[in-house]
Design a protein around this ligand. Structure first.
Ligand code: DC
Length: 226
């Protein structure tokens, strides 16, 4: 596997619900580049830990687990993301609220972040990589050719999450979702380890009142200036 700093990276960071997953996927597709969904790795560590009975504060065991995860990323015939852990399809299992809460807990441990660092950098393959997360521009790919910090107001992010869950037939309350989002933002940006913040050289993009197409196009326009 070749890992070389000459291969361009577009880093897309931001809080949950800012739309970075969708935008990163569309930008990668438009450019024909690889995609790294780094949040999925933290979710996988949490899921695997739960299954092995490893506590979310057992930093040493979690770090070993993070470094040794047997993961495969792929897509089905419709191009939808598919993720396997030890040959089990865990695509849906890692998207649950529980996996998200677990991911947030393990993501606060430096040893876990260190354990996932090399694995994330291995995604840097020809012809380029679009990397989506919280610290792509500040820690993992500090030399990224383009760093985007995607934001949206907490109200807008709660509304998007509400629609998404309703669409799946899950009954939720909008005020409760808003509180969850604000709590998660606070935890992610106030933690001592790799807190969520824009890189100094990041371009800030507020997606609140913009369509997915418009946001994708802005990132592609910036990419074409490289
Ligand atoms: O983007 P997501 O919801 O799948 O991320 C799940 C959790 O993982 C979230 O609480 C933040 C954390 N995370 C992180 O700390 N660093 C990343 N690069 C990606 C995600």
């Amino acid at each position: 596997m070749t890992v070389t700093p000459d291969i361009p990276v577009i880093a897309i960071d931001g809080p949950s619900g800012s739309g970075k997953g969708t935008i990163a996927r569309r930008v990668a597709l438009a450019l024909g580049w690889h995609l790294l969904d780094s949040g999925a790795l933290y979710r996988l560590v949490a899921l695997a830990a739960g299954r092995k009975g490893i506590a979310f504060d057992d930093e040493k065991s979690l770090a070993l687990l993070a470094a040794s995860l047997n993961v495969r990323f792929g897509s089905d015939q419709d191009g939808n993301e598919q993720i396997w852990l030890d040959d089990e399809d865990v695509t849906a299992a890692i998207r649950t609220e529980d996996a998200g809460i677990g991911a947030s807990a393990v993501a606060g441990l430096q040893a876990v972040r260190d354990g996932l660092l090399g694995r994330q950098r291995e995604f840097r393959q020809e012809p380029g990589l679009v990397a989506d997360g919280r610290d792509m521009g500040t820690q993992v790919f500090t030399d990224a050719a383009l760093k985007v910090f995607l934001t949206a107001t907490p109200e807008e992010r709660a509304k998007r999450r509400y629609k998404q869950l309703k669409g799946k037939g899950i009954d939720v309350s909008l005020p409760a979702l808003s509180r969850d989002i604000e709590d998660r933002d606070r935890r992610d940006s106030e933690r001592s380890v790799a807190p969520l913040r824009p890189a100094e050289d990041a371009r800030i993009l507020d997606s609140s009142s913009k369509s997915i197409e418009a946001v994708t196009q802005t990132v592609l326009d910036w990419a074409s200036e490289l």
